[in-house]
Design a protein around this ligand. Structure first.
Ligand SMILES: *[C@@H]1O[C@H](CO)[C@@H](O)[C@H](O)[C@H]1NC(C)=O
Ligand SMILES: *[C@@H]1O[C@H](CO)[C@@H](O)[C@H](O)[C@H]1NC(C)=O
Length: 116
């Protein structure tokens, strides 16, 4: 059986928001990348990513992003992180995080290395 959040995710997201996700005009730049919510979302993405990999990342700072409102906020963030095993290896990563109002606070929608 699939996790409940996935069912909730699909129910809420389709068909309305699914189309919106790919529509630029629904995304707004994040004005304050020091906002604790934004940083929490980025830290969440890194910790969630780290549960699936052997070489872990250490979050550094958010450098930019956009957001969209959909039963909460969907963040599309760019941030810097270091490869835990290579201390001088700061790189940019991107992640999609959905911070829902209810029932589960955050869902990692995607994670990857960002283009520089
Ligand atoms: C951005 O958010 C931080 C943390 O809440 C706050 O200290 C700072 O004043 C905010 N900056 C602006 C420009 O709103
Ligand atoms: C971290 O470095 C190791 C060793 O070079 C590499 O195998 C791994 O893919 C790197 N992890 C990330 C997320 O870049």
């Amino acid at each position: 059986m699939r996790p409940h959040y996935l069912v909730a995710f699909l129910t809420l997201l389709l068909p309305l928001a699914a189309a919106a996700l790919f529509t630029d005009r629904f995304w707004k730049p994040i004005e304050n990348i020091s906002d604790p919510h934004v940083i929490k979302a980025a830290e969440f993405a890194v910790s969630k990513y780290n549960t699936r990999v052997i070489q872990k990342l250490v979050f550094q700072s958010v450098v930019g992003g956009t957001q969209m409102f959909a039963s909460g906020i969907i963040y599309d963030l760019v941030f810097t992180a270091k490869n835990e095993s290579l201390p001088s290896s700061t790189a940019k990563y991107g992640a999609g995080i959905w911070e829902k109002y209810f029932p589960q606070p955050m869902v990692l929608m995607g994670f990857g290395k960002a283009k520089n």
